[in-house]
Design a protein around this ligand. Structure first.
Ligand code: HEC
Length: 148
């Protein structure tokens, strides 16, 4: 008969697995920021708009991600890294000068639309970042400016 593993050996195994997966870290090396290439600088965003976009969009759509402590703990780190990579591949506000004028217009319109539909910032981000749950007034302010 096969002996069922004891609770203790299951816990020890889980602990070993948890420690082992920490070896696979994600790359958080800071990326050089060129202020002149930044979306908010290039588009001359007013200060209140700039502050808000920085706090609710820049973690996933710029080279200025602010990493919370749990972003260093696998497997959460892998999951967040996926969001950031995916987000930046769609739009990276730190390299705004690399988009053509047509792309810039499209990205601004899309941003306005996604904010209006409450799809951006994404739901899981709002759960952990209370200040990213935009009020109606904040949403309107961003949409008005993006559509200008
Ligand atoms: C927690 C990470 C996160 C935050 C915060 C976030 N986004 Fe995103 N964003 C993503 C991801 C991931 C995608 C890709 C979604 C997909 O492909 O389904 C995306 C896609 C987009 C796109 C679509 C681009 C395209 O061409 O398809 C736009 C525009 C965008 N985000 C704007 C914003 C704006 C504006 C904010 C702030 C109000 C914001 N995002 C906040 C993760 C984020």
């Amino acid at each position: 008969m096969i002996k069922r593993p004891s609770k203790r050996s299951v816990l020890i195994t889980l602990l070993i697995v948890f420690v082992a997966i920490q070896m696979k870290t994600t790359d958080k090396t800071p990326i050089n920021i060129i202020p002149a290439s930044d979306f908010l600088t290039m588009e001359e965003a007013p200060q209140d708009v700039a502050k808000l976009i920085q706090s609710v969009c820049y973690d996933c759509h710029s080279n200025q991600t602010q990493y919370p402590w749990y972003s260093h703990v696998a497997p959460v780190s892998w999951w967040l890294e996926g969001h950031i990579k995916n987000g930046k591949s769609k739009v990276n506000f730190s390299i705004w000068d690399t988009y053509t004028p047509a792309q810039q217009v499209r990205l601004k319109n899309e941003s306005a639309e996604l904010i209006e539909k409450k799809w951006m910032p994404i739901l899981t981000y709002k759960i952990t970042h209370a200040d990213a749950r935009l009020t109606e007034a904040q949403r309107l302010m961003l949409i008005d400016w993006l559509k200008e």
